[in-house]
Design a protein around this ligand. Sequence first.
Ligand SMILES: Nc1nc2c(c(=O)[nH]1)N[C@H]1C(S)=C(S)[C@@H](COP(=O)(O)O)O[C@H]1N2
Ligand SMILES: [Mo]
Length: 325
Amino acid sequence: MRSENTSAIRPSDITPESVYGARRQWLREVGVLGAGVAFAWQMRLAQASYTQPAWILQKMMQSRRREETTTEVLTPYKDVTGYNNFYEFGLDKTDPAEQAWRLTTDPWSVRVDGACDGGGVYHLEDLLRPHSLEDRIYRFRCVEAWSMVIPWVGFSLGALLRRFKPRSSARYVVFTTLERPAEMPGQRQAVLNWPYVEGLRMDEAMHPLAIMAVGLYGKPLLPQNGAPLRLVIPWKYGFKSIKSIVSIHFSEQQPLTTWAASAPNEYGFFANVNPHVDHPRWSQSRERRLPATLWDPHWIPTQMFNGYEREVAYLYKGMDLRRYF
Ligand SMILES: Nc1nc2c(c(=O)[nH]1)N[C@H]1C(S)=C(S)[C@@H](COP(=O)(O)O)O[C@H]1N2
Ligand SMILES: [Mo]
């Protein structure tokens, strides 16, 4: 599943990848306990008091299949965890890293309902038990014209959804984020309709590139990235990749998603990355690959379906992508 790499890789860009590889090797060697201590220590540096249950650390130590869809340089951990959109914690890119440690992610459960025969309320650990985790290196493109390359840890969304036995009438799947204003200060303001809702057509959700992520860079997700469970749909704009999911609903109708509800002329249901269809207020033909600075903005061309055209274009055959944006 390796896609064409169209952006230039500078020799200085190669380091983080090898550092990451060496780090993972080291983590394997020191084992679960060592990893737990190292992880807790790193979190102390960055966060006040966020903790993850031991079982997720343990699950992550099991050897993982690794799939790379790009050989572009990885975006450093500090950018992936420090420059975020998570409006439940505020509008600034640094708000989630500053605020989200308050989020309690254990215990965590997910309600599954709608047009399926396997609905119910699942504890996160039971939800994950049958799935083996994989490392998936994906491009990630925000609608605001910046992008990253992130080594996610996750598992197939399709495999998860099949367990709930969706009925043939289920044409869409709808995801909802936690609503807990006591821990999510952004929810005390009406900037969006809370809770945050996103959705996919069933065939999109079953696509092998679509994953549920529980970690990145070999570590459990921090809350700013959507702990403990978030979607990653690499051929769509970032806002489809909903964070901190508490509900999965199978629906016969296309849902009204949060961003489409807030500005229907700017954000459609499909939100496929498309350099030929501009946002009404800015061009989508290029993107700033992070890390970027004022002096080195690192603009690169945006690719159709974020570079995953060969894999996903068939899903949209015959659709007018200007109308269904
Ligand atoms: N619940 C929720 N999920 C969300 C968002 C949000 O504000 N709330 N922001 C979205 C947007 S616009 C982007 S670009 C990505 C950012 O993910 P990252 O911070 O892990 O890079 O999360 C998406 N998921
Ligand atoms: Mo975004």
